[in-house]
Design a protein around this ligand. Structure first.
Ligand SMILES: O=C(O)[C@H](O)[C@@H](O)[C@H](O)[C@H](O)COP(=O)(O)O
Length: 258
C-alpha cells in the first residue's frame, strides 16, 4: 500500500454538521473493518473531538455499531491520574466510552500508577511495550514496512498553533522515528507532561481524520491556511499522511482563510 500525502477536506457549516459527518465516517469504517477482520482499532485524541463524537451515541449508531469489536487507544495522553480532569482517558470515558459497550479489556489507557507518579518517560515506554504485545497477539498488525503498528482509524484534533497529538511546533518530538511512543515534559499547552504516538506511527494508520473547529479567534483558520496553501512543515499537523485516506473535516470558521 502506498503512502498517500493527498489532503482531502470537507467543510461544514457548523460543529453540529461536522459531528453528523464524523459519526457517519466512523460508523462506516467500523462496519467495514468489523466485517473484514472482526475488530476495529480506533485511536482518539482529547479535547473537542470527544464532544464532536457525540452523534455516535445517538440512533442509528448507538444500536448498530459493533462496539464489542472496538479497541480504543490514545494518540496522546496527559500524564496525570485517570481521575484527573486533565486526563484524555477520563474525558473519553465520561463523554463517550462509558455510554457504549466497548469491553473494558479493549481500552488501552496509559499505566495507572505511572501516570499518578508523573513519570512521563516510563509511561511512554510502557505504552509502547503494550502496543508491541498487541502486535504479538495479532490485535495490531505492523504496517507493510514492518516497523510501526497500524491502526484502522485515527481521529484527532489540531491545536491553534498547528500541533497534533502532543507533537508541538519547535519541539524535538516531531523528529522521533526510533520509537513508537515518546514523551514531553515541557508541553507549551498545559499540562506539561504528556506522552504521544510518534509521527511515523500516526502516519501508518490506514485512515487519519483530522477534525478542526475554530473558536473564532482565527488562530486555527490561520494554521489551516498555512498547511493547505503553503504546506508549512513548521506546523506538525502539516506532516499528517495516511496509508489509505487522510481526511480533514473543517467547520466554516476553520476554513475561512482558504
Ligand atoms: O491532549 C491534548 O491536548 C489533545 O489530545 C490535543 O492534541 C488536541 O487534540 C488538540 O490540542 C486539539 O484541541 P482542540 O480540539 O481543543 O482544538
Amino acid at each position: 500500500m502506498a503512502e498517500t500525502t493527498q489532503r482531502k477536506r470537507e467543510v461544514f457549516a457548523n460543529k453540529n454538521e461536522l459531528s453528523v459527518a464524523l459519526a457517519k465516517y466512523t460508523a462506516h469504517l467500523s462496519a467495514k473493518f468489523c466485517k473484514e477482520k472482526g475488530i476495529f482499532t480506533v485511536v482518539l485524541s482529547g479535547c473537542g473531538l470527544i464532544d464532536w463524537l457525540g452523534k455516535l451515541l445517538e440512533s442509528p449508531y448507538k444500536e448498530s455499531v459493533e462496539w464489542s469489536k472496538w479497541h480504543v487507544f490514545w494518540v496522546d495522553e496527559r500524564v496525570c491520574s485517570h481521575e484527573d480532569q486533565n486526563s484524555n482517558y477520563k474525558l473519553a470515558m465520561d463523554g463517550f466510552i462509558s455510554k457504549v459497550g466497548i469491553p473494558k479489556e479493549n481500552i488501552y489507557a496509559i499505566d495507572k500508577q505511572c501516570a499518578v507518579d508523573g513519570d512521563a518517560e516510563r509511561c511512554a515506554t510502557l505504552y509502547e511495550e503494550w502496543l508491541r504485545n498487541l502486535v504479538k497477539e495479532k490485535i495490531l498488525p505492523l504496517c507493510p514496512n514492518g516497523q510501526y503498528p497500524q491502526f484502522d482509524l485515527q481521529l484527532q484534533g489540531m491545536g491553534p498553533d498547528g500541533h497534533m497529538a502532543s507533537l508541538f511546533p519547535e519541539r524535538p518530538q516531531i523528529k522521533v522515528t526510533d520509537k513508537w511512543v515518546t514523551h514531553i515534559t515541557d508541553s507549551p499547552k498545559p499540562p506539561p507532561r504528556r506522552i504521544t504516538l510518534t509521527l511515523p506511527v500516526i502516519n501508518s494508520s490506514l485512515y487519519n481524520l483530522m477534525a478542526v473547529c475554530d473558536d473564532h479567534t482565527d488562530q486555527c483558520a490561520r494554521s489551516i491556511a498555512d498547511i493547505f496553501k503553503n504546506n508549512n512543515l513548521a506546523l506538525p499537523a502539516a506532516h499528517l499522511t495516511a496509508q489509505v485516506e487522510q481526511m480533514w473535516y473543517l467547520d466554516k470558521a476553520a476554513a475561512s482563510l482558504l
